[in-house]
Design a protein around this ligand. Structure first.
Ligand SMILES: Cc1cc2nc3c(=O)[nH]c(=O)nc-3n(C[C@H](O)[C@H](O)[C@H](O)COP(=O)(O)O)c2cc1C
Length: 170
């Protein structure tokens, strides 16, 4: 069983965040799930999209104790596919028949992988994950962020990927 699963959402698969996440995933030997390649409808109060790819994905995610959330910073916040995914977790809290499975998030460790054009990830971006994990009873395991103002540069950025991967395994 790999040590973690990565949920990745960006407007492009082979951009900066994708390259950074892939470097981490190679180091850890883990799968990167491209949320944009799946059919995950936005949250709605009627739960009218229960047949899409979200529930099967969540069941796969729940097999892991370490969950990595990877997104670029777009407007101080997460990408749309990541926001959709996070919103849909609400299904597992709203629907009585999914609640027992949703509670399995408790005790898991969440990690954040992101890129932006500054040296640090914006506080609201990180806090949304920190507070969201806490709400779900999860632990905040750590953050990996690199400044991709000039694009993802393996020479400059790979070290952040490998040290994050090592810390996750400790
Ligand atoms: C729609 C959009 C909004 C962005 N907003 C921010 C932002 O608020 N703060 C920031 O530092 N960078 C921002 N950026 C820059 C991206 O975070 C940065 O280029 C990132 O590495 C892109 O990753 P990607 O290749 O996976 O899309 C934005 C980029 C886009 C396309």
């Amino acid at each position: 069983m790999p040590p973690a699963i990565a949920l990745f959402g960006s407007a492009r698969r082979r951009g900066n965040t994708g390259a950074f996440m892939d470097r981490i995933a190679t180091e850890l030997g883990i799968e990167v799930v491209d949320l944009s390649a799946l059919r995950i409808a936005p949250y709605d109060y009627e739960h009218s999209h229960r047949g899409d790819d979200f529930e099967p994905l969540m069941r796969r995610v729940l097999e892991f104790n370490r969950l990595i959330f990877a997104s670029p910073v777009y407007w101080y916040a997460v990408s749309s596919p990541m926001k959709n995914f996070l919103d849909r977790i609400t299904d597992f809290l709203d629907l009585p028949e999914l609640l027992d499975e949703g509670r399995r998030l408790r005790g898991k460790t969440g990690y954040v992988v992101c890129t932006s054009i500054y040296d640090e990830a914006p506080k609201p971006f990180v806090d949304a994950f920190r507070d969201g994990f806490e709400y779900l009873g999860m632990r905040f395991g750590g953050l990996a962020h690199v400044n991709c103002k000039d694009g993802y540069d393996p020479e400059r950025h790979d070290a952040a990927a490998t040290s994050f991967a090592q810390a996750l395994l400790e």
